[in-house]
Design a protein around this ligand. Structure first.
Ligand SMILES: Nc1ncnc2c1ncn2[C@@H]1O[C@H](COP(=O)(O)OP(=O)(O)O)[C@@H](O)[C@H]1O
Ligand SMILES: [Mg+2]
Length: 244
């Protein structure tokens, strides 16, 4: 049975979509069958992060509402054959309930090893739909006080989940030194165990703009960090990367 992982944060712009795309592609490169679901209704852009811009015709609400089977709605990546995307609708259909999303995820668990859900910002109805059927969560935060406070609030809303991990994104060691703070301080502020540290890396923006998955950039920078996170998700022991 597949595992459903919600990638969430509370605050917008912390890197949820980039991390979902980056880690999803790396899990596929690790021979896992992966479905990435964009649940950022109205503001979807996981297709861009995966290099699948505008390829999906049907979205996850079409599947949840029984208009289309999952196998037809999910778009397979042309280069990474074990990576698929189920995109988000532009509007939240009134009939889309948490039970329908849970039923969709129950089907997805029988077809995929990992189902990664890209959540919207905030703790509203979109967040609740994105997290209602998750087994575990990755909370993505950056090293600023508001992001870490929002991460803490997000964790309080996820108390049913057995595993919640912190991803520290856009880390710049120089800035950490200037702020006289450490990753340990961030972990304490968020109240979560760490699963990965992702450096500030222009490749994240360049890859998205060129329609390339971050994983296509070799094992360095943010791409290497996503590779390490994917390895930890499948249970391998990998040291936390040292960012210079
Ligand atoms: N590690 C990183 N290094 C550089 N830019 C990043 C990094 N992570 C995310 N970004 C950029 O930050 C912006 C917001 O990221 P995104 O993944 O869309 O966040 P969210 O989904 O949380 O709103 C995007 O322009 C993205 O390219
Ligand atoms: Mg996003």
């Amino acid at each position: 049975m597949g595992t459903v992982i919600a990638v969430t944060s509370g605050k917008g712009g912390t890197g949820k979509t980039s991390i979902t795309g980056g880690v999803g592609a790396c899990l596929a490169l690790l021979d896992q069958n992966v479905l990435c679901i964009d649940m950022d209704i109205g503001l979807r852009n996981l297709d861009i992060s995966l290099g699948l811009s505008d390829r999906a015709l049907m979205d996850f609400s079409d599947v949840a509402l029984g208009h289309c089977p999952l196998t037809r709605a999910a778009v397979t990546h042309p280069e990474l054959k074990t990576l698929s995307l189920l995109t988000a609708p532009m509007y939240l259909p009134a009939a889309l309930t948490a039970d329908k999303v849970r039923a969709l995820l129950a089907t997805a668990r029988t077809l995929y090893d990992y189902i990664l859900i890209d959540s919207p910002a905030g703790l509203g109805p979109g967040f609740r739909l994105a997290t209602c059927g998750a087994d575990r969560a990755l909370v993505v935060a950056t090293n600023d006080a508001s992001s870490l406070r929002d991460a803490q609030r997000t964790v309080a809303e996820l108390s049913d989940l057995r595993q919640i991990h912190l991803v520290m994104n856009r880390i710049q060691p120089k800035l950490l030194r200037k702020l006289r703070t450490t990753i340990d301080d961030a972990m304490n502020a968020a109240g979560l165990p760490l699963i990965g540290v992702v450096p500030e890396d222009p490749q994240v923006i360049l890859c998205a703009n060129q329609g390339l998955p971050l994983a296509s950039q070799g094992r360095r920078g943010a791409s290497l960090a996503c590779w390490n996170i994917a390895q930890r998700i499948i249970g391998r022991q990998v040291p936390i990367m040292h960012i210079r």
